[in-house]
Write a protein that binds this ligand. Sequence first.
Ligand code: WQD
Length: 340
Amino acid sequence: MQKILVTGGCGYIGSHTLVDLIEHGFEVISVDNHLRSRAKQLDGVEKITGKKIKNYAVDLCNWDAVENIFKEEKNIDGIIHFAALKSVPESVAEPLLYYHNNIASLVNILKATAQFGVKEFVFSSSCSVYGNADELPVTEATPLKYAESPYGFSKQIGERMIKDFAAVHADINFILLRYFNPVGAHESAIIGEVPYDRPNNLVPIITQSAIGKMQQLTVFGGDYDTRDGSCVRDYIHVSDVAHAHTCAMKYLLNDAPKKNVDVFNLGSGNGVTVLEAINAFEKVSGTKLNYKVGERRDGDVIAVYANIDKVKSILQWQPQRNIEQMMLSAWNWEKQMATK
Ligand code: WQD
């Protein structure tokens, strides 16, 4: 059985990816220091899959701790590196926290990858590397513009670090997955997004507003040059994002010739405005949201959505859930959390 080391395995996308990897026959190990995640997220993974998951609760910025993991875990066939801080507004408020955490951890995991002979590596990147793109939908060849937040810039730096590292490690294959907006929860509602403190992202704010945890939802900007004045994003179901990682690892582990570093957009390919997302939620939940249209938010790009032809053709993956299914799964998860 092929063994995959997943950093950030207790996080939102990481935990959903553990489920998908296990369901597709992989052995998995998690590395997660719970800076922004909960150890009990693995209880949910175990409940869904019936598998007990080993987690190393260490800080990836600590080289000795990282080295010890690889000394203990022999024969790692691949690494999926999720572990990073990912809030756009938090990164604007605390840039050094983001630069140190997201970059120092990547330095160490790359160093260990080479030192311990791991040949396959998937990196969690982001559509925020595109900035305010001149062309939409963005393709993987779309030039990267100024990243609108320290979070987005930390991902641009990460991609460049990997490209420079790969140039002197031709024996290691890298895939960079540029996520758009992962939302929703596992169909069982046993795992989902657990916001750290007050959520910043739209969908958990929608569900918390609907269930009464938050007073009022504010649409950040209604005067953008879009079809209804609110920002456009490419929302993608977290289980679809998870399965793309399984497809990427299978692709890396097969014997076909492949590039040293390859980049893939990971989105639904559909641009949805904030107001359309709200309408979709109201439709599937039967709940009327109390929202107002307010000021724009610093760091926001106006519109971004993906051309996903490349990931569909090369990784044999395509999204299975639409915006209404995303919203319903997020709502089911919020209601399930309220019962705890
Ligand atoms: C979405 C839209 C807001 C809250 C995310 C992740 C980031 C990266 C890219 C993966 C924006 C609007 C939000 C609210 C609102 N993903 N909004 N009212 O900023 O696109 O970034 O996707 O790497 O990690 O954070 O996501 O959900 O914060 O915002 O109007 O109360 O919803 O202005 O247009 P964002 P988001």
